[in-house]
Write a protein that binds this ligand. Structure first.
Ligand code: BGC
Length: 784
């Protein structure tokens, strides 16, 4: 059971009512606001105290050399790291003679609320300075979902019981000093002073700073404008230097009299645009925001989110924590992708600098499934980013002696950023994950333009990769050797089942798409012989199976390996990669994260066609006691398959782990940024797990079943221009078509027509009873 919650459990908000300085970095991630283009961590308005100051622009990074003790052919030479760009959030406050700093004096009242419907972070606090002056501060912050370049803050100060001199300094600050990284390889390398000054300006209430990154050569422009409102007298001044632009507002306020500053901040960056063009760009964004005004920005934000929730909400009855967590998760997944617009969706979104701001397969296999059924437009944008990085992926394939496109394991700009072959570049499955996401999006939306202009090329180039990476043996069987699957505790393995099955559907999807679009395929150089070779490889791909124990192998030979000595592994030796050498992890049966189990979900139709439910249950039961969940990507996948195999109680515990990953800081690293894939996994656990939702071709199948704790689960899906609502209770499920044309779905294997005539209800058959599989000692999910 999760105890000592930091945040109040409320259905539509995340609220803290005390300020714990030790948890500041964590709450900065939880309270981060983003639209996928701009990311502002939830730092206090005054800037200090802070855990990790963070303002990010999607795609703005710096290059750094990747040092190798022993270099090898094809090792990437240059790494990419997200940088903390010019901070526009700052509003420093002086109360009489003392800086408003919550480390001093007395904090009488403190409350911060992330409002998931309004899309704002609100703060109210009352503070008494060491000299005894008490003030109230209220602020509201938003990063606009409707105006991509804009973030804004309304900041208000009011003396409580005596006449008080207040000074507000509203700033833009570049090259902020950052705390030293703590040595965790998953944290970021903080680059010191990454921004070279190019221009600074402070005129009246307007501020502007232009900088350029030293090596990556990206120009970053941030500008601010202010509206000051008070019944008291004010004086203002503004100034700027290379790294700071400041507007200072001074007033003497009577008790109850308020001074309010509304600050609008515009952001822009480019690798190509000139200084004047960048200045104009941010000034224009400010003008557009001024046209809406503060109230307009707030209203637009609300309308955007009302629309989103009408399409995407998930209702959970019977567990308030999960109800809050799934909305929190959806909110952050939306924030990560909403306006990314042909940029990556990083593993941490724009909520922190963990993993150096890199995007992984997390995007295609965890984030995009959620967005496909809730905010499909964002999916097309994310995949267009992948398409735009095809030149780099083709170069990488050529460098590796392969054909087609070798997409990077981790990246910001599209080039490989992983300095580590075994648990990095060898994870070629990312190519199939991208293809899978393109097929999923096309099937779920019917967007044929996208298929032609984006998906086709992705499919063709990834199919070429698989065909050149794999080989037919003398029996004609197709093998893909020496790759790393999702489980990073097995590396450079032969015939990883997940990889082979995903490659199989990639090859088939490419051949099918070429048949649908012969002219475009010809333009890409595909002829009949090539697509026949893809089908041939797909149809003869090897799927390793151990006859003796009757399970599918994670990779060829996996089940023959020695088992990890779990009995001798202490609770504090997890995650294993921080306590044991990789060589030992690689040669034993121990699994970092779902791999074969994930394949049973993502390639479910292959398993349905090739084996019965008992086989799936046996596979799940075999891999459970080996899976340690040292990656936050695992619990949600285990939840989905646990639910599928009737282990609803276990599925519930896994779903809760995915859901509470950040709200309860289960991995103690939420400070570095949110686990966006695990947040997305909350939705997967509920919708694919308990909802039993699967897409097959262009139709939907459901096998819903609830855990005992839920009295009701309801979710909405966007599907081929329709909006479908599914409501599940213990004994029955109800399907309602909220918008769009009639469609036929499947409920527990039976076809069901759903049309505008009203809800259709069907009973839910009881699941098969099977013994609950064990987990490794110390690695059982918390029982709720
Ligand atoms: C996982 C990867 C994941 C990465 C970023 C790693 O710990 O093993 O699968 O892509 O984290 O979330």
């Amino acid at each position: 059971m999760i105890t000592n919650r930091t945040y109040a459990v409320e259905p539509w908000s995340v609220r803290e009512t005390a300020l714990n300085l030790d948890l500041l970095a964590q709450s900065e991630s939880v309270f981060a606001l983003s639209n996928g283009h701009i990311g502002w961590r939830g730092n206090l308005d005054e800037g200090e105290p802070h855990g990790l100051p963070g303002s990010y622009l999607n795609g703005v990074y710096e290059l750094h050399p990747l040092p190798y003790a022993e270099a090898g052919y094809g090792y990437p030479e240059s790494g990419q790291t997200v940088i903390n760009v010019t901070n526009g959030k700052l509003l420093r406050l002086l109360v009489d003679d003392e800086p408003f700093d919550l480390r001093y004096g007395r904090l009488v009242k403190h409350e911060r609320t992330l409002d998931l419907r309004r899309g704002v972070l609100e703060r109210t606090c009352e503070w008494t300075s060491p000299a005894g002056t008490t003030v109230r501060v209220r602020s509201t912050r938003l990063v606009s979902l409707t105006q991509r370049a804009i973030a804004a803050v309304s900041y208000e100060v009011e003396p409580v019981d005596s006449r008080t001199r207040v000074v507000i300094q509203s700033e833009l600050v570049a090259n902020e000093s950052l705390p030293d990284p703590d040595g965790d390889p998953r944290a970021s390398r903080a680059l010191r002073s990454p921004l070279e000054p190019e221009e600074d300006m402070a005129v009246g209430s307007r501020l502007r700073l232009l900088h350029r990154t030293r090596r990556s050569g990206l120009r970053v422009a941030v500008a601010a404008d202010h509206v000051v409102d008070t019944s008291g007298e004010i004086t203002t001044s503004s100034e700027s230097n290379e790294d700071v632009a400041r507007l200072t507002i001074t007033s003497v306020l009577e008790p109850g009299q308020r001074l309010r500053v509304r600050k609008t901040v515009a952001h822009g960056w480019s690798g190509a645009r000139s200084r004047p063009a960048m200045s104009d760009q941010v000034e224009a964004a400010l003008a557009a925001a001024a046209h809406s005004g503060w109230d307009g920005l707030v209203a637009e934000q609300r309308a955007y989110l009302d629309d989103f929730w009408a399409r995407a909400d998930v209702e959970v009855h019977g567990d308030e924590e999960i109800q809050q967590a799934v909305r929190f998760a959806l909110f952050h997944v939306l924030q990560a992708g909403a306006r990314a617009e042909q940029r990556a969706v990083p593993a941490k979104g724009l909520t922190g600098s963990g993993y150096d701001g890199h995007a992984f397969w997390d995007t295609e296999m965890f984030v995009l499934p959620v967005l496909t059924y809730t905010e499909p437009r964002a999916v097309a944008e994310a995949l267009r980013w992948r398409r735009d990085t095809l030149p780099a992926a083709r170069d990488r394939a050529t460098q590796l002696g392969l054909r087609g496109a070798a997409f990077p394991w981790r990246t910001i700009d599209g080039s490989e950023g992983s300095a580590y072959w075994p648990a990095g570049t060898a994870a070629f499955h990312v190519a199939a994950d991208i293809a899978h996401a393109a097929v999923r999006y096309t099937a779920a939306t019917g967007d044929t333009d996208f298929e032609r202009d984006t998906a086709l090329e992705l499919l063709v180039e990834t199919a070429r990769l698989w065909r050149s990476l794999g080989h037919h043996d003398h029996h004609g069987v197709f093998h893909i050797d020496g790759v790393t699957g999702p489980d990073e505790y097995s590396a450079i393995a032969d015939d990883n089942t997940y990889t082979n099955l995903m490659a199989r559907s990639n090859l088939l999807a490419a051949a099918d798409a070429c048949e649908r679009h012969p002219d475009d395929a010809a333009r890409l150089g595909v002829d009949d012989e090539e697509s026949a070779a893809w089908r041939d490889a797909a149809e003869s791909v090897h799927i390793p199976y151990n006859e003796e124990i009757g399970v599918h192998e994670q990779h060829a030979g996996f089940t023959r390996h020695q088992r990890w000595d779990f009995a001798r592994t202490a609770a504090d030796q997890y995650p294993l990669m921080l306590h044991f050498p990789y060589f030992d992890l690689y040669r034993k049966q121990v699994i970092k994260q779902s791999d074969l189990v994930l394949a049973m979900y993502t390639c479910g139709s292959w398993f349905d066609a090739h084996c019965d439910e008992d086989q799936i249950a046996r596979n799940f039961a075999y891999y459970e006691p080996l899976t340690v969940r040292d990656s936050s990507l695992s619990a949600c996948c285990q939840a989905v398959v646990a639910a599928q195999t009737g282990h609803l109680r276990l599925a519930y515990d896994y779903a809760a782990e995915a859901a509470l990953m950040d709200l309860a800081d289960l991995e103690h690293n939420t400070r570095d940024g949110l686990h966006i894939a695990s947040l997305a996994g909350t939705w997967l656990a509920l919708v694919a797990g308990f909802g039993g939702t699967r897409r097959e071709g262009d139709s939907l199948r459901f096998t819903p079943r609830l855990p005992e704790k839920f009295s009701r689960l309801a979710f909405r899906l966007q599907f081929r221009g329709r909006c479908l609502r599914v409501e599940v209770r213990a004994d029955r499920a109800t399907y309602t078509l909220l918008a769009g044309e009639p469609l036929t779905i499947h409920h527990h294997g039976t076809p069901l027509a759903v049309n505008g005539d009203g809800p259709v209800t069907r009973t839910i058959p009881a699941p098969e009873r099977r013994p609950t599989p064990e987990q490794p000692p110390h690695r059982r999910p918390n029982a709720r």
